[in-house]
Design a binder for this molecule. Sequence first.
Ligand code: F6P
Length: 527
Amino acid sequence: MNSSNNENQRSKSWKVLTSLAESSTTDSIQRYFAKDPERLERFSVDLPGIYLDFSKNRLNIEIFNALIGLAQASDLEGQKAAMFRGDPINKTERLPALHTALRDPQSKVEVKGESIADKIAEQLLRMQKCSDAVRSGEWKGATGKSITDVVNIGIGGSDLGPRFVCEALREFSKPGIRTHFISNVDGAEIDTLLASLEAQSTLFITCSKTFTTHETLLNTNKAIQWLQKQLNIEKQQGTSHFLAVTARPAAANEFGFDTSNIFETWDWVGGRYSLWSAIGLSISISIGHDNFARLLKGAKAMDDHFLHSPLDRNMPVILALIGIWYNNFLDTESIAIVPYCERLRLLPSYLQQLDMESNGKSTSIHELEMVGTTAPIVWGQTGTNGQHAFFQLLHQGTKLIPVDFVGIVKENLGDEYQHKVLLANMIAQAAALMTGDASDNPHLHYPGDKPSNTLLLDELSPASLGMLIALYEHKVFTQGIIWGINSFDQWGVELGKRLATNLLDGSSGDALDPSTKELIRRSGLEN
Ligand code: F6P
């Protein structure tokens, strides 16, 4: 199909969906169930390790088919192939987005005429050697002690991925090696952590793709000074305590890192998609490199599913289209992510960056102002905790908020009975949101018809977590394609960084507004 045909098809699909949204107001999820005995079968996808039930949504087969039509008209198939092939789909930075190659040992992708498979394999091997040495005790600090504490210093994508995965997979972590994460420039964070550590057995990993991030470099300097003081040594003697992961090895080198201690990621891997690269070194040390490889394998299984399954059986595509239905046609503003598993506590934060930094944009790839709305506000926390905080609003509030529930079937760490209680709560909440409860007393009335998806992972393993993360990555990508935006840049974060630098070096001048000036004065930043 040529591009003007595509455009016609897209606006046709958009119109059909707009009119379906108008007519759907007289229907309900429960009526959809009553009308279609095969609804659950149609509206669920069962993959090895992960099951998606999307039947509790405000859509019937007609709406679903129209959404699939929208994806087809948006050339999703062509764009998917372009991403996996390594085309420079990140147009503003003229870069490919090749996180999928990181988990594909057979990748044939070339960047600037060079194969990348060997580069990836080389870094993975270095990670494995480092991880094995730290875990076995062979890696020694300056005084000959083995490592007991690993501190990842990074922020955004150089923090959230490794932090989330290490916490989620703590069942697999090596006893005797603790991992810590320092991200914020708030000195209280790092000072408190350092006070609890023994310098002789601490290994710091500075993760920064650009090696320019202020927070990360400040915290790294703090760590270096602390270690030198604690061990009473010169910088040179402490090198075995400091590793760096970056796409700018020369900058890390100039900062003072030994060449042999610098691991590489690349500019063709987005920060929020980088946990699969050496940015995941803390994960490999924590759970072992074999488990890190299983994480990659799980993600690869989801990549294959995304690439090859028909759109109407394709988990990431389905989640993306459901999101678009609510966001663009039923005018919802946010989506709640509610994992019923404390170890997935950071899933909402992780998805916040993935989704909002990727798709929180209002300019299309063709540089025309977007007409529709793009990324939703992503928020949430674990159940059952959320039930005692914000579920009141989900059930009886004035806003429609679709929920993604995530549950784990087999629990290896917790008590069997408590796990049953946990899952029963999740399933009950999804049902209660949909069915509601009629009462003559308006305060006791639950209107129901509140939508949700439920994702069930067989277990919380490296492979299933890899699948889950890749599922959301591809959901976000699909939505970006349909909205016509570049999901792989993040220009919106630059202005604030620039102004903060100007405030600190006093170069803001008189151009500042009265409110900002007064806040500077009151905060003591003038001096
Ligand atoms: O400020 C946003 C951001 O650029 C993210 O996209 C990125 O993950 C984070 O900062 C950290 O960047 P870096 O890895 O270059 O230090």
